[in-house]
Design a protein around this ligand. Structure first.
Ligand code: UDP
Length: 240
C-alpha cells in the first residue's frame, strides 16, 4: 500500500455507524468491522486520533424536544459517547491495536482525562487515542469535539466517516439529480448550509486550515482507499 499523504489524522465516526443494521445501540460485530478499518489505516504508518459520536444511544436535542432540560440531556449524550469509545477501544484491542481513551468529562475508573501532552506521547508510541465526551460542554456536538481535537493535536486532516459518500449540492435521497462535490470550500459549505458538520465545527476547521474529508465508512476498505487518494469522498478545504 502506498503511503498516504497525511501523517496524523483525526477520524470522526457518527454514533449511528456503530448500530450496523440495528435501529439503536451498539452492534459489536459492526464495531469490530470498523476497528478492522482503523487497524488497516494504522498499518500504513498513520497516527490516528478517533472521535465517536453518541447518536446511536442518545442525542441531547431529542431529549430536549421531549421536554427535558437541554443541558441535562446533552450531558447524557456525552456519556453515550464514552460508552461508544469504550466499545471501540475493546474492538481495537481485540485486534491487537493499542489504544487509550481520553474523556472531556473525567471518569478515572474507565479512562484518562484529556491531556494533550499525554495524548501526544500515546500517538508517538503508536497508540490510537480515542477522545470521548466531545468538548465536555452542553450545546455542542461531537463534530465540534472532533474539530477541536484535530486543531489541538495538529492533525493534517479531519476524516468524517458517515453513511453517505460525500457532500452533495442537495439531498441525494430526495433529489436523484443531486451532485456530489469532489472539493468544496469552507465558505460555500457554511453559506449554502451543506450537510457536512455543524457550523461551529466547519468554522474551526476553516480557521485552522484543517481539510475535512467526508466519505462513507460503510463500504469495506474505503477508509484506506480514501487515505490513498483513491476512494470516493468530498474534500472541504480553503480553495476548492
Ligand atoms: N454532546 C454535547 N457536547 C459535546 C458533544 C456531545 O453536549 O461536546 C451531546 C449532545 O447532546 C449530542 C450527543 O452528545 O447530541 C451525542 O453526540 P452527537 O450528536 O455529536 O453524535 P453523532 O451525531 O456524531 O452520533
Amino acid at each position: 500500500m502506498s503511503k498516504p499523504a497525511y501523517k496524523r489524522i483525526l477520524l470522526k465516526l457518527s454514533g449511528e455507524v456503530l448500530m450496523g443494521s440495528q435501529q439503536f445501540g451498539i452492534d459489536p460485530e459492526f464495531v469490530a468491522e470498523l476497528a478492522r478499518e482503523v487497524k488497516a489505516a494504522k498499518e500504513t504508518g498513520l497516527e490516528i486520533c478517533l472521535v465517536i459520536g453518541g447518536g446511536n444511544i442518545f442525542r441531547g436535542m431529542a431529549g430536549a424536544a421531549k421536554g427535558m432540560d437541554r443541558a441535562q440531556a446533552d450531558y447524557m449524550g456525552m456519556l453515550a459517547t464514552v460508552m461508544n469509545a469504550l466499545a471501540m477501544q475493546n474492538a481495537l484491542e481485540q485486534l491487537g491495536v493499542h489504544t487509550r481513551v481520553q474523556s472531556a468529562i473525567e471518569m478515572d475508573k474507565v479512562c484518562e482525562p484529556v491531556i494533550k501532552r499525554r495524548a501526544e506521547r500515546h500517538l508517538e508510541k503508536g497508540r490510537v487515542v480515542i477522545f470521548a465526551a466531545g468538548v465536555g460542554a452542553p450545546y455542542f456536538t461531537t463534530d465540534s469535539g472532533a474539530a477541536l481535537r484535530a486543531a489541538e493535536m495538529r492533525c493534517d486532516a479531519l476524516l468524517k466517516g458517515t453513511s453517505v459518500d460525500g457532500v452533495y449540492d442537495s439531498d441525494p435521497k430526495i433529489n436523484p439529480a443531486a451532485k456530489r462535490y469532489e472539493t468544496v470550500d469552507y465558505d460555500t459549505v457554511l453559506a449554502d448550509n451543506l450537510k457536512v458538520m455543524d457550523a461551529s465545527a466547519v468554522a474551526l476547521c476553516r480557521d485552522n486550515s484543517i481539510p475535512i474529508v467526508v466519505f462513507s465508512i460503510r463500504e469495506k476498505g474505503n477508509l484506506a482507499r480514501v487515505l490513498r487518494g483513491e476512494g470516493t469522498c468530498t474534500i472541504v478545504k480553503k480553495e476548492a
